[in-house]
Write a protein that binds this ligand. Structure first.
Ligand SMILES: NC(=O)c1ccc[n+]([C@@H]2O[C@H](COP(=O)([O-])OP(=O)(O)OC[C@H]3O[C@@H](n4cnc5c(N)ncnc54)[C@H](OP(=O)(O)O)[C@@H]3O)[C@@H](O)[C@H]2O)c1
Length: 297
């Protein structure tokens, strides 16, 4: 397939691109800096403007991952605008471009996150759950998904990648947590009861390849392992894997004082199930957190 990818130079792209190349796909990148992309993948086509790409109907698949990092800075009004614009506006522009040349057998895989459900406590949450959260992250994901769904008329399939925390040895959450936990300073956040849906980066990549091939899959798809854990269980498992104690909880009020609204990301959660994937026969190589951490650390 000829595949267009946005947000390619990020953590997920760095796992996905080699696997797509190995599967024999031809990859084009729409990036902010073609020079940066070429430094990573000299053999790939990278452009900064959509009009530098071949016609939209020459692409069989589009994978849309671009977005400012959500937890990198405090959620000031201007930061929120940057988080929204880098996802929602970019997705609208991409879809307008795609709609210039509709193609019934094209698939758009567009980014989203399990945060779209809002805080669902300990209720089991599959793709049929309502996405009516009132917090910033939920509204962001909802509007991001809505921007992608405008493409349904121009593409045969639109898939919303409702992604959990991607566990990778190369970056992301695990890398950030590793230092304090290695120093024996790890612990739960708040009361630790909030669920943390997670997925091993290798399973994320396998799931994307599965979705590209299985034409029955469309609409929202939870990309998370079948065994989400609470933050308390996650902290304990990580500490155990690193042979360190897990005795320094961070109270919710400290997180709220230090991070403001961004602390919602750490103190709320979803007990998500990958129902759409498992119903279609997808199996996870890393179904439990212990297996994933054992592989990655
Ligand atoms: N990693 C996770 O655990 C996780 C979980 C849930 C959802 N997601 C979502 O999945 C997507 C990919 O995740 P990731 O971990 O690979 O993210 P990442 O490492 O932060 O990379 C995101 C990419 O988006 C592009 N980007 C950043 N700011 C941008 C801007 N202002 N305008 C346009 N493009 C911009 C960049 O690509 P270029 O420089 O190549 O253009 C960047 O490499 C993100 O949208 C993220 O919200 C990730």
């Amino acid at each position: 397939m000829r595949i267009l990818i946005t947000g390619a130079t990020g953590l997920i792209g760095s796992h996905l691109i080699p696997a797509l190349q190995q599967a024999g796909h031809t990859i084009w990148l729409w990036v902010r800096s073609p020079a940066k992309a070429h430094a990573l993948w000299p053999e790939l086509h990278a452009v900064s403007q959509l009009d530098q790409l071949p016609a939209p109907d020459t692409f069989q698949a589009v994978i849309n991952l671009a977005g400012e990092p959500i937890a990198a800075k405090h959620w000031t009004a201007s930061r929120k605008q940057a988080l929204r614009s880098s996802r929602i506006d970019l997705t609208r522009v991409l879809c307008e471009w795609l709609s210039k040349a509709p193609r019934a057998d094209r698939v758009l895989l567009s980014g989203s996150a399990v945060g779209v459900y809002g805080d669902t406590g300990d209720q089991l949450t599959n793709e049929k759950a309502p996405t009516t959260g009132t917090d910033f992250a939920s509204a962001l994901c909802r509007d991001w998904e809505a921007a992608a769904l405008t493409q349904t008329t121009a593409a045969g399939r639109v898939v919303l990648l409702r992604t959990g925390l991607v566990l990778s040895g190369a970056g992301g959450l695990l890398k950030q947590m590793r230092l304090p936990f290695s120093l024996g300073l790890g612990g739960r956040l708040g009361n630790g009861g909030q669920f943390m849906p997670w997925i091993h980066a290798q399973d994320y990549v396998r799931a994307v390849l599965f979705i590209l091939d299985d034409h029955r899959l469309k609409g929202p798809i939870n990309l998370c392992a079948p065994n989400p854990v609470t933050n308390r269980e996650f902290a304990r498992a990580l500490a155990q894997q690193l042979h360190r104690p897990c005795i320094f909880p961070v109270p919710a009020w400290i997180l709220r004082a230090a991070l403001g609204e961004l602390s919602d990301l750490l103190l709320t959660g979803q007990r998500c199930q990958p129902a759409a994937l498992t119903e279609k026969g997808f199996t996870f190589e890393f179904a439990t957190l212990a297996e994933a951490l054992d592989n990655l650390l």
